[in-house]
Design a protein around this ligand. Structure first.
Ligand SMILES: [Zn+2]
Length: 80
């Protein structure tokens, strides 16, 4: 029992920018990163899956986090 507690995974402290916003703050927006091929698909009206999602603070412009895990990207609500 004690051993199990010892190996418990501690929740990670969320990354914060200079203003103290974390990625759940309204001032922090996810911004998608596409490959060149992805952009081409978007230009012709086909939605592409981003290769990465950056969480950027709109106030100070600091990048809080960059997500490259396809599963997490799929779960990120980029539009709406
Ligand atoms: Zn900020």
């Amino acid at each position: 029992m004690l051993r199990a507690l010892h190996y418990r995974v501690e929740p990670k402290e969320p990354a914060r920018c200079a203003c103290g916003h974390d990625r759940t703050n309204v001032m922090v927006s996810p911004s998608a990163e596409y490959t060149f091929g992805g952009w081409c698909l978007i230009l012709i009206g086909i939605s592409a899956t981003p290769t990465a999602v950056n969480y950027v603070c709109r106030r100070c412009g600091q990048k809080l986090e960059r997500i490259t895990d396809p599963k997490e990207i799929a779960e990120t609500r980029l539009w709406g």
